[in-house]
Design a protein around this ligand. Structure first.
Ligand code: ACO
Length: 387
C-alpha cells in the first residue's frame, strides 16, 4: 500500500463531521469531562477558580501556568491599563459599525484587526495577547455608547479589568456585586478546550501568522449563534416566558415545531454544563434582594421544564443546560446590555484564545487536516460560448 492509499483509507475511515471527538491538540489550559460534567481551568476546578480569582489572576494563570505573586499581578494590571485605550482610527470604525446598527461583534472584529496599526514594535505574542485582551472590553463598550448616541468613556486607572468594562458601559462606578458577578462569568468562560473559536485561533497562529490575526478569527467564529450567539435569544425567551408565566407551553411549542432550545445541548457535555451550575449560583446570589428577583425564579422554573421536556423529546440524545442559559440571566442582572452578550463572551474568551496561541507556538506544527473528496472526476472543459 502506498502512502497515498494509506492516507485515503484513513480519510475515508476517520471522517468525523464537525471533527467530533478528534483530538487535534494537547493543552495544559483546560480539561473537560463531558460525562462527569467537570471543567478544570489551569488546574483549578471551575467552581474553585470562579469563586476566588480576579480576572487578571486568571489571565496570568493561563499565560504562565501558575498564579501571580503580588508584584506580578500589579505589573499585569499596569500593562492592561496602558493598553486599554483605542486609537482614534479604530474608534471611528467602531462608531461606523454602531451607527449602522451592525452587530457588536463586527465592531470587535474591526477593533482587534486594527489594534496594532500605527504601533511600533513588530509582532510579539505576549504583547499582542495583552493588547487584544485590553481592548476587547473597551471596543465593546465604545460600540454600545455610540449605539446610544453617547461618547465613549475613558477607562479609569483605579479600576480592575471587569470593573472598567462595566464603568465604560455606563460611566458610573459599578457595585461590588456587579463586578463580582461579571468576574465570575469571565472566569467561567475564559477557556474551554478546543471549542470552535479556539481551534480557529490556534490554526491561524500555526501558520506563524500573528496573534491579533488569530484573535480576529476567533471573534469571527464566536459570533455564530451555535457558539457564542445563544445568550441573547435565551434572554428573549426568558422575558417572554416571564410575562406569560407558562414555560411549559412555550417549550412544547418550540420543540414541536422542530426548533432548538437556546441554552441547551452541548457537543461535549452529556450532563448539565458545570459552568451553568456556577453561573446559576452566582445569579442567585446577585438577584437576592434585587427587585427583579422574580426573573431569576422564572429562569429556574424554565430550566426545570426544559430539561424534562428535552428528555422526553430526545430520549436517545441527552440535552442539558449549557453555559449560555444562566449567562443570559447573570449578565442581564449585572447590567450588560443584551446586544453585548456575545461581545462580553469575547471579553472573557480572549484570555483563552491568546493562551492557546502561545501554547501552540511553544511546539508548533501547522494545522492542516485533510478533506475527503466527493466531487466530480474527469470533466472536460466546455468553452463559455457553448454552455
Ligand atoms: N434543542 C433541541 N434540540 C436540540 C438542541 C436543542 N438545544 N441541541 C441539539 N438538539 C438536537 C438536534 O436537533 C439534533 O437532532 P437530530 O439528530 O434529529 O438532527 C441532535 O439534538 C444533535 O444535535 P447536534 O447539532 O448534532 O448536536 P451537537 O452536539 O453537535 O450540537 C449545539 C451542540 C450546537 C450546542 C446544539 O446543542 C445547539 O444548537 N444548541 C442550541 C444553541 C446553544 O445553546 N448554543 C450554545 C452552546 S454552548 C457554547 O458554545 C459556549
Amino acid at each position: 500500500m502506498t502512502d497515498r492509499d494509506a492516507d485515503e483509507g484513513r480519510e475515508a475511515g476517520d471522517y468525523r463531521p464537525g471533527l467530533e471527538g478528534v483530538i487535534a491538540a494537547e493543552t495544559r489550559l483546560s480539561r473537560i469531562d463531558g460525562e462527569a460534567g467537570e471543567l478544570v481551568i489551569g488546574g483549578f476546578p471551575v467552581p474553585e477558580l470562579a469563586a476566588n480569582a480576579t480576572f487578571e489572576e486568571t489571565l496570568y494563570l493561563l499565560w504562565n501556568d501558575r498564579l501571580p505573586t503580588g508584584p506580578e499581578l500589579d505589573s499585569l494590571r499596569e500593562r492592561l491599563r496602558r493598553n486599554r485605550r483605542l486609537p482614534a482610527e479604530t474608534l471611528a470604525v467602531v462608531r461606523e459599525v454602531a451607527d449602522r446598527g451592525d452587530p457588536a461583534m463586527d465592531a470587535l472584529r474591526a477593533a482587534v484587526a486594527s489594534a496594532n496599526v500605527g504601533r511600533e514594535g513588530g509582532e510579539d505574542p505576549e504583547r499582542d495577547a495583552i493588547r487584544a485582551t485590553a481592548i476587547v472590553p473597551t471596543a465593546a463598550a465604545a460600540y454600545w455608547r455610540y449605539r446610544r448616541g453617547e461618547t465613549p468613556v475613558a477607562p479609569r486607572e483605579d479600576l480592575g479589568h471587569a470593573a472598567n468594562y462595566l464603568y465604560a458601559l455606563t460611566g458610573e462606578e459599578p457595585t461590588d456585586a456587579a463586578v463580582r458577578g461579571l468576574e465570575t462569568y469571565l472566569n467561567c468562560v475564559v477557556d474551554h478546550g478546543l471549542n470552535a473559536s479556539t481551534f480557529v485561533a490556534r490554526s491561524v497562529v500555526s501558520t506563524e501568522s500573528d496573534l491579533l490575526s488569530a484573535v480576529t478569527a476567533g471573534v469571527g467564529a464566536l459570533k455564530g449563534p451555535l457558539h457564542g450567539g445563544a445568550p441573547g435569544p435565551v434572554l428573549d425567551m426568558l422575558r417572554v416566558v416571564h410575562d406569560s408565566g407558562d414555560p411549559e407551553t412555550w417549550v412544547r411549542d418550540r420543540l414541536d415545531s422542530g426548533e432548538r432550545l437556546m441554552g441547551f445541548g452541548h457537543r461535549v457535555y452529556r450532563v448539565r454544563d458545570p459552568r451553568a451550575s456556577v453561573l446559576s449560583a452566582a445569579a442567585e446570589r446577585f438577584y437576592e434582594g434585587e427587585e427583579d428577583r422574580g426573573f431569576f425564579e422564572t429562569a429556574v422554573a424554565f430550566e426545570d421544564v426544559a430539561r424534562e421536556l428535552l428528555a422526553e423529546h430526545r430520549p436517545d440524545h441527552r440535552l442539558d443546560t449549557n453555559v449560555e442559559f444562566y449567562t443570559a440571566v447573570l449578565l442581564a442582572g449585572v447590567g450588560v446590555p443584551r446586544d453585548l452578550f456575545t461581545a462580553t463572551f469575547a471579553v472573557g474568551r480572549v484570555g483563552g484564545w491568546t493562551a492557546h496561541c502561545m501554547e501552540q507556538l511553544e511546539n508548533n506544527r501547522i494545522v492542516r487536516p485533510r478533506a475527503r473528496y466527493v466531487g466530480s472526476e474527469g470533466r472536460t472543459w466546455t468553452p463559455l460560448g457553448e454552455r
